[in-house]
Design a binder for this molecule. Sequence first.
Ligand SMILES: Cc1ncc(COP(=O)(O)O)c(C=O)c1O
Length: 309
Amino acid sequence: MTDTTHTTHDADEDIRNQDIKIYINGDLFHRDEAKVSVYDSGFMLGDGMWEGMRLYDGVWAFFDEHMDRFFGSCKAVSLDVGMDRAGIMEALTKTAAANGMTRDVHCRLMLTRGTKVKPFQHPSLSRSGPTLVIIMEHSKPVDSLHSAGIRLASVPQVRGLPNSQDAKFNSHSKLNCVIACLQAEQAGADEGLMLDPHGFVNTTNACNFFIVRKGEVWTSTGDYCMNGVTRQKVIDLCRANDIPVYEKNYSLYEAYSADEAFLTGTFGAQTPVAEIDGKKIGSGNRPVMARIQKLYKELIRENVAEHQG
Ligand SMILES: Cc1ncc(COP(=O)(O)O)c(C=O)c1O
């Protein structure tokens, strides 16, 4: 990577992250000692599911929505979580407490099918229960993400049909997205803008994608992309606040000439897009995105207040 490369997950350097404690199946380990087996199905096959969540003032924002997706994905691939939502919350609380964390925290909660008895694919070879890992880091998205914006490149790697590997699985294997990201990087951009199998603009390799045209907010139909929690919140906020919003097919032609473009994800909330394929998006003024950002911050405040003890 060159010095000028940004990622949508750039965070301010925080020395405390050198000494975080990581949760593995109920125990906590210093990050240097936190290890899973080379026989783990997550390492061997990418056979696992994960969630990225954010801690705001002691509350995991939109916990229920994240758990709906997580438990739904695990059920779809017959991965027994081994605990209910309350158990997951307990594990998160334990990890946050061990790290003295209450705010500006991002967590990656990962569950794999567990250790295999032999180094082969068959799921029945994982016999000792799932592996649950929680990594929590002190995390504040860098300011430059919000001032300069992200550079996207449209990439040849497309989103798959749901009958190959459903793009709604937040699976450990992200190779399709990783390939898209590499293609974008090789094109001199920060993140890849991925099309659907029909050539319509779909999503980026790590975030959901929106454009604004003449005051209207457009995003893909929702087919072929991650069913992002932030994506849905943005759509709901638009609907509740009389901002016209459409989930529809559109092409690069309409993306290039958009007035604004932005990404959504739990890590960065809404991140502006500065250019796509070297073409500058809009004038650089982003009034609609700014309004949505403000509404989203208020929504987080409400969600946190509702769940604070
Ligand atoms: C490919 C992809 N798109 C979008 C998102 C954003 O989803 P969310 O808003 O739930 O964080 C993610 C996050 O995991 C992702 O992996």
